[in-house]
Design a binder for this molecule. Structure first.
Ligand code: PLP
Length: 466
């Protein structure tokens, strides 16, 4: 057993000593045993006995395990990493900021990194002077804040509007509000009783070579009918623009989203875009909505905002929405805040990341990656059992025939085999996707596809359920 004596240092594993005086080292087996004894992992069924990868370091597009083996990180560490792992520029910014101002609560104070970041985000969004930035900690809270702003906007005007409109298959995070608007993802059955009222519209899916005009008209018809019946009860429409991520990398067209937003706007209903995944260049424009013909009333950002190294989120709200919270007393103010709101160190990382977008010409990298992904996917799609191949920006996805749904074991089998071959993927059930960091070279992408071809050309192996 480990003890808490004077020599114990939690930050340096070499100093953690067992009772019999043996130094605990970072050997993979020991780390995994300690993990099993002490840790509960996210989105993990521990009853299946899956063994986590013991990661010791990361550099560029690679993770390195405690045995020194390298793995291509083709999911950008849950979609957060943009410029590659281990960037000096981000490390320097963090170090300098910790020493200058590490943290201070953001109610009643302000500081340069937060103000500069708010200005920078508004500039990149083309919203300078037209919106305000509210900081929080992660994608779920960015959404939670947007939902609360939309809801209280109506309350402050004396209207009760309990209903949120969502898209089928949406995922917006794991807090109670974001689960409510993401309930159709199917992840949250256990929490039904704690969710508020939502209604979902069908999503006209598109993929390479398939333009779904009739699906779009059908969904827009449903939206019109809903607005005819219930527009006075609707607080907001919320959508992940162009790509629904965790729901299965489901793509829809910018044309559809523009028409849908215009419909809700024509009834004075705010539109929330959740760009937690799509923001910061992922779909080929800096923000995905910049491919549509409208600007959202509320924009949720997180994940890549710090280049993928520290937690931070921002909800950008239009001046109109901000204005409806102004008053003479606290009653109409937004009663929301977190201990680490606008943490200066996270803000400094985000500012350094904005600079890196310029220095690395990140959108050009995404364009290059898109070409490499499209090439690889085209070849892969020639294999049997591969459906709906699709690429947008630095995202490529396909569906595997058979075994629909998140709980499909097909994805797990493929992920394990890929790991053995030095590639990290995390299929969403039968949906296999690649979302590389922007520093990933064409050669690394080709390598990832070589590994996937090797696996997918033997369907009898990946369709094994045990
Ligand atoms: N919104 C979208 C579109 C997401 O993809 C995610 C996470 O995957 C979230 C919200 C939740 O973000 P977080 O995991 O940081 O709470």
């Amino acid at each position: 057993m480990l003890h808490g004596g004077a020599n114990l240092s939690f930050s340096n594993p070499a100093w953690i000593r067992s009772d019999d005086g043996i130094t605990v080292n970072e050997s993979p087996a020991i780390l995994l045993t300690r993990d099993r004894n002490a840790v509960w992992h996210p989105f993990t069924q521990h009853g299946l006995g899956q063994v986590p990868l013991a990661v010791a370091s990361a550099s560029g597009s690679y993770l390195v395990d405690t045995d020194g083996r390298r793995y291509l990180d083709m999911i950008s560490s849950w979609w957060v990493n943009l410029h590659g792992h281990g960037r000096e520029e981000l490390a320097e910014a963090v170090r300098e900021q910790v020493l200058r101002l590490d943290h201070v609560q953001f109610a009643g104070t302000t500081h340069e990194p937060a103000v500069r970041l708010a200005e920078g985000l508004l500039e990149r969004a083309g919203l300078t002077g037209r919106a305000k930035v509210f900081f929080s900690d992660n994608g779920s809270t960015a959404v939670e804040v947007a939902l609360k702003i939309a809801r209280q906007h109506w309350v402050n005007r004396g209207e009760e509007r309990p209903l949120f409109v969502t898209l089928e298959g949406a995922y917006h995070g794991d807090t109670a509000g974001s689960m409510s608007v993401g309930r159709s993802s199917g992840f949250f059955e256990a929490f039904r009783g704690m969710m508020f009222e939502t209604v979902s519209l069908p999503v006209p899916l598109v993929w390479n070579g398939f333009d779904n005009v009739s699906g779009e008209n059908d969904s827009l018809g449903r939206a019109e009918e809903l607005l005819r019946k219930s527009s006075g009860r609707i607080a907001a429409l919320i959508a992940e623009p162009l790509v629904q991520g965790a729901g299965g990398m489901r793509f829809h067209s910018a044309r559809f989203l523009s028409r849908l937003a215009a419909l809700f706007r024509s009834h004075g209903i705010p539109v929330i875009l959740d760009e937690v995944m799509t923001g910061f260049g992922r779909t080929g424009s800096f923000f995905a909505y910049q491919r549509t013909d409208f600007v959202p009333d509320l924009l949720c950002l997180s994940k890549g905002i710090t280049g993928g190294i520290l937690p931070l989120a921002a909800t950008i709200a239009s001046e109109t929405l901000f204005g409806s919270f102004l008053g003479e007393n606290f009653r109409t103010a937004l009663a929301h805040g977190h201990s680490y709101t606008a943490n200066p160190v996270s803000c400094a990382a985000a500012l350094a990341s904005l600079d890196l977008h310029e220095a690395t010409r990140s959108l050009e990298q995404v364009e290059r990656i898109n070409r490499a992904l499209a090439r690889g996917l085209e070849h892969l799609a020639l294999l049997p059992g591969i459906l709906r191949p699709r690429t947008l920006g630095a995202v490529a996805a396909l569906d595997l025939a058979g075994g629909e749904g998140y709980s499909s074991p097909v994805g797990r089998t493929i992920a394990l085999r890929a790991l053995e071959l030095g590639l990290i993927v995390r299929p969403l059930g039968n949906v296999l996707y690649l979302m590389p960091p922007y520093c990933t070279t064409d050669g690394e992408i080709d390598n990832a596809f070589r590994i996937l071809r090797d696996i997918l050309s033997k369907p009898s192996q990946y369709h094994r359920t045990k």
